[in-house]
Design a protein around this ligand. Structure first.
Ligand code: NDP
Ligand code: 8X3
Length: 255
């Protein structure tokens, strides 16, 4: 049976690189993202290597997700892999200066979108059984707080805990659950986070030797191809040049 992987957020960054990695290995692909033109172009390109199905859908839209997944053609009733990658951070401001709309968007995408996708695809993963995998994309921001991580970090902490809980619920099905927790990686993520400000994007990565999307794709490919009796629970990775800020102290008179 040919293996099939469903990847959310395949129109850029990790998702796109992961789609390419699995296509090179001959896996069938279901790719999602809101930017239809990019999705169509990627599907057209990768269809030279494998069978690809694109779903231009917003993970926050529960009804649209239900319809899109129900519309998958015959032959997609069993899934070997789900990569819950679609997500974003908005802003780097302190909580007291953040937009509540931005917080809503991060919760709706990183938590609820991942929740919808997982729930809708669980039957297809369980139907595959032994050797199937759910790979969630968390973040170091879910493990370590830093100024401005507030709700973004909270959503990624959810991803970590949800992954562990899913593991318990899927006991006996053969379906594995993993959470990868990357640190600084170079992608459009930082343009989105900084409202398209190219100077802030450049400053984020300058001299940092960030992880590249291809590195993440290779990690995801490795996790999904572990022997069926092994579950990688979580895998945290950072650029060597990034470390932990440490506990900071306010010595001003005002606090
Ligand atoms: P990108 O901005 O390059 O990619 C994000 C992807 O998510 C895009 O394909 C985008 O597609 C999709 N997406 C965003 N919102 C939605 C939505 N509402 N519905 C459907 N798709 C959506 O960033 P990365 O590749 O870096 O990020 C991928 C994941 O990795 C995210 O979950 C992010 O939080 C996480 N991460 C990123 C790190 C980094 O430093 N870059 C580090 C750790 C984790 P479209 O806009 O077309 O919908
Ligand atoms: C994004 C990684 O280090 O910017 O999830 O929080 S970091």
């Amino acid at each position: 049976m040919t293996s099939t992987v469903f990847i959310t957020g395949a129109t850029s960054g990790f998702g796109e690189a992961t789609a390419r990695r699995f296509a090179d290995a001959g896996w069938k692909l279901v790719l999602t993202g809101r930017r239809k033109e990019r999705l169509d172009a990627l599907c057209a390109e990768l269809s030279a290597k494998t069978e690809v199905h694109g779903l231009a859908v917003d993970v926050r839209d529960r009804k649209a997700m239900e319809q899109a997944i129900a519309s998958l053609p015959a032959g997609f009733d069993k899934l070997r892999g789900l990569v819950n990658n679609a997500g974003l951070a908005l802003g780097v401001d302190a909580a007291q200066n953040c937009s509540l709309d931005d917080w809503d968007t991060m919760v709706d995408t990183n938590i609820k979108g991942l929740m919808y996708t997982t729930h809708l695809l669980l039957p297809r993963l369980i139907a595959y059984g032994r050797g199937a995998s759910i790979l969630n994309v968390g973040s170091v921001a879910g493990n370590y707080p830093y100024p401005g991580s507030n709700v973004y970090g909270g959503t990624k902490a959810f991803v970590g805990q949800f992954s562990l809980s899913l593991r318990c619920d899927l006991r006996g099905t053969g379906v594995r659950v993993s959470n990868i927790e990357p640190g600084l990686c170079e992608s459009e993520f930082s343009l989105v986070r900084n409202s398209g400000d190219q100077a802030k994007y450049d400053a984020t990565y300058a001299g940092a030797e960030p992880i590249q999307p291809q590195d993440i794709a290779e990690t995801i490919f490795w996790i999904l191809n572990q022997p069926a009796h092994i579950n990688i629970n979580s895998l945290e990775l950072m650029p060597v040049r990034q470390d932990f800020a440490g506990l900071s102290i306010d010595r001003s008179a005002r606090g």
